[in-house]
Write a protein that binds this ligand. Structure first.
Ligand SMILES: [Fe+2]
Length: 373
């Protein structure tokens, strides 16, 4: 299967992975054949991409850190939490804690595998999908930093609720596709203090959880908001959620912009490390991420083009690659997979953006440009 962006979807393509709405209900199931009307509907709900069965990526299964049911349930639980706050009811903390314990169990059971996060979010479910991923990434980072079980629970609850204060920010501002005015940005910044106020009066929640919502936009040298805190004044949990939040925001596609490949997002985090983010937190997170996730299209130093089919946990930059085009751009007829760890002098030279691969028409069965049939 292959992730295909909305603009490139064509009638007749077959859905390979379900799309969920913000209630956790299936909007579009696996096996459905796309029609023009369905593609229009996906556009209306702001669905930026769909996983499709394409011959070029046949047999490639994209594993997710979380089971589909767990992800769908967590998203619906989170939507309920946001609704409860919006309508002035109290948070169902037991349900949130149950959700988080489920996520922790699943993530830690998979913790030896490098993270692939493969969810697709519509306009409405963006925030919830993002919060679930921030929770997953924070758990993996906390695990690497050797937090104990109770610490992990506080971290995970704080991570999944880190943006709860957004319920108090006007929707038009949050969903504005273009750049924000200064006033609008001031409103957005307030989600941190709103989140703190919502969470701190709960006797059943550690105050540290409220501080995660309060501090997750603070940056190491004081460049963040709302208070411009520095270094150890920013709680470790908030430092973890800050890095997880930034990584997921960079690597998620929106309808108005494509996703940044993980290898580039990791490079950006490392550039910001020390100034904006705590270096030990960045390195802990980076060590858990598949920088070339399964399904990435790459060019090797030999000139071959291929798709990543497996990752090596100890050497994330040396995955297993299925060679699809030879250096002359001709399609390779026989199934050839190279484990880059077993060969000398063969490395990944570059990674293709999804839009680059789609622009070449390769997923519609075309040959590499400049080659015959
Ligand atoms: Fe935030």
């Amino acid at each position: 299967m292959q992730r295909i962006r909305l603009e490139e979807l064509k009638p007749g393509m077959v859905v390979a992975k379900p799309i969920y709405d913000q209630e956790g209900r299936v909007l579009l199931n696996r096996g459905v054949v796309l029609r023009d009307s369905l593609i229009d509907r996906l556009r209306q709900i702001g669905c930026p991409a769909v996983y499709i069965d394409v011959p070029l990526a046949e047999g490639i299964v994209l594993p997710d850190m979380l089971k589909e049911e767990t992800r769908a349930k967590s998203i619906s639980q989170l939507r309920k939490a946001f609704d409860d706050v919006q309508t002035g009811q109290s948070l169902d903390l037991d349900a949130i804690k149950d959700t988080v314990i489920n996520i922790i169990d699943e993530v830690l059971a998979n913790a030896r595998i490098l993270v692939n996060l493969t969810d697709i979010r519509t306009y409405d479910s963006y925030t919830f999908g993002h919060c679930v991923n921030v929770c997953v990434l924070s758990i993996l980072t906390g695990h690497k930093l050797q937090l104990n079980e109770l610490e992990m629970r506080d971290l995970a609850v704080g991570a999944i609720l880190h943006d709860i204060g957004k319920v108090k920010v006007p929707k038009e501002v949050l969903q504005k596709p273009g750049p924000l005015t200064e006033e609008e940005f001031e409103l957005v910044k307030k989600h941190t203090t709103h989140g703190f106020d919502i969470l701190r009066h709960n006797n059943d929640l550690s105050i540290l959880i409220a501080h995660i919502a309060y501090q997750h936009h603070e940056r190491l040298q004081g460049q963040g908001y709302p208070r411009g805190l520095k270094d150890s004044k920013i709680h470790k949990y908030a430092q973890i959620v800050a890095v997880a939040d930034s990584f997921d925001a960079m690597t998620s596609e929106r309808v108005y912009r494509g996703a940044i490949p993980p290898v580039k997002a990791v490079a950006t985090l490392r550039e910001m490390s020390g100034d904006f983010f705590a270096p030990e937190v960045v390195e802990a997170l980076v060590s858990t991420i598949a920088i070339y996730p399964i399904g990435s299209w790459v060019r090797l130093t030999s000139g071959h083009i291929g798709v990543v089919v497996d990752v090596n946990n100890k050497h994330p930059n040396l995955p297993v690659v299925r060679l699809v085009f030879n250096p002359r751009g001709e399609k390779i007829g026989t199934l050839t997979e190279v484990d880059l760890i077993t060969v000398n002098d063969l490395f990944i030279e570059s990674v293709f953006l999804p839009e680059e691969m789609e622009a070449l028409g390769l997923f519609n069965g075309q040959a590499w440009p400049g080659t015959e049939g």
